[in-house]
Design a protein around this ligand. Structure first.
Ligand code: FES
Length: 204
């Protein structure tokens, strides 16, 4: 009777040990799996931008995006201080990600973080796609003080400061509109000098 009882006890102890070992093993595997998932998330962060992929390249000419002049080249003389127009790179208007707002202000109006090397003769350009949910932005001109004009998205009233790298002044937009380089060529037409230097499209 005593031996039988002792044998059962030994078997139970061995089973308990096996269960503990299995538990530790499963716990370690779960931990390793969690770490692997975290690593994959860091390596492949969630993609924002709403699928907007711009194709602007250095040397593309700017053309009007709207109105009677749509598709025709933009000339520097057409914009005065405080004016802005929507524009595309020539031949690439079918891709809305390429839509930009070209703005002319006095050069001295620009402050950091505006990239001055991407401006020319008071011209600065930003993505025209709001970084909140992707509406097209509009220009609000101050007739009496043109350099205090600003960009607004009327969908949910986000406001951007064109003199400070399109910094968000109000509303739900999470980040500025990305700047893109422009310059005036010798014949007076406007050219792109870079692609966008930041993310474009909805960032929420
Ligand atoms: S889409 Fe521009 S503020 Fe919401």
């Amino acid at each position: 009777m005593v031996e039988k009882s002792s044998g059962n006890k030994g078997e139970k102890t061995a089973i308990s040990r096996r269960r503990i070992t299995l538990g530790i093993l499963l716990g370690s595997l779960a931990g390793a799996f969690g770490s692997l998932l975290a690593l994959l998330k860091v390596l492949s962060p969630e993609k924002k931008g709403g699928g907007y992929e711009a194709t602007i390249v250095l040397g593309d000419r700017l053309v009007y995006a709207q109105g009677e002049k749509a598709g025709t080249p933009l000339r520097a003389a057409a914009l005065k201080d405080g004016d802005a127009v929507l524009a595309y790179p020539v031949g690439k208007a079918q891709n809305q990600a390429n839509l930009i707002q070209l703005i002319r202000l006095k050069e001295k109006a620009f402050k950091p973080p505006t990239r001055l090397d991407l401006t020319d003769q008071g011209f600065v350009a930003y993505s025209a796609i709001c970084t909140h949910l992707g509406c097209t932005v509009s220009w609000v001109k101050n007739q009496t003080s043109p350099d205090t004009s600003f960009t607004e998205c009327f969908c949910h009233n986000s406001i951007f400061d064109p003199t400070r790298g399109a910094k968000v002044l109000g509303g739900p937009a999470p980040i500025p509109l990305a700047q893109v380089g422009v310059k005036v060529a010798e014949d007076g037409v406007l050219l792109f000098t870079s692609g966008f230097i930041g993310p474009i499209g909805p960032q929420v």
